[in-house]
Write a protein that binds this ligand. Structure first.
Ligand code: DGP
Length: 127
């Protein structure tokens, strides 16, 4: 089934400036801001400015410029937070939840960057 984007989702409102956010990085095509319910000492969300619901939607329909910008924004956020191992950080985890089984709450693509402590097992309830 093709994706249809909900213009009323909370991240669309953040992008339109209708809801405040704690911005970490803004680029031409991407925005990174602190998660309102942090689950680690460092917890930042990176979103594309374009109307993409999930990672596979973005991978299929985004331009090369958007994909490059978004990918580089994720890396820059990791370095800015001081968690990038290549810059003497302790490491991080990237998560992008999609759809029902991924338990996606906000239907606008976002990558969570989590770090600042040892994060433990990947899933709370492995299969
Ligand atoms: P998920 O869709 O399950 O990957 O998680 C969505 C995340 O978005 C969740 O960790 C909480 C965060 N979030 C929800 N509403 C807001 C908001 O208004 N502002 C910010 N900064 N984060 C939000």
């Amino acid at each position: 089934m093709p994706y249809s984007y909900d213009d009323d989702n909370i991240f669309a409102k953040i992008l339109r400036g209708e809801i405040p956010n704690d911005t970490v990085l803004e680029t031409e095509h991407s925005l990174a801001f602190r998660d309102i319910r942090p689950q680690a000492p460092e917890h930042v969300l990176i979103i594309p400015k374009g109307k993409y619901v999930s990672f596979d939607h973005f991978a299929q329909e985004a331009t090369a410029e958007e994909i490059t910008d978004f990918t580089r924004a994720v890396g820059e956020v990791c370095r800015k937070l001081g968690v990038a191992p290549g810059a003497a950080g302790g490491g991080y985890r990237l998560i992008s939840n999609a759809g029902r089984d991924g338990v996606q709450e906000v239907p606008h693509l976002h990558v969570h960057v989590l770090g600042g402590r040892v994060l433990g097992p990947m899933l709370a309830h492995p299969a």
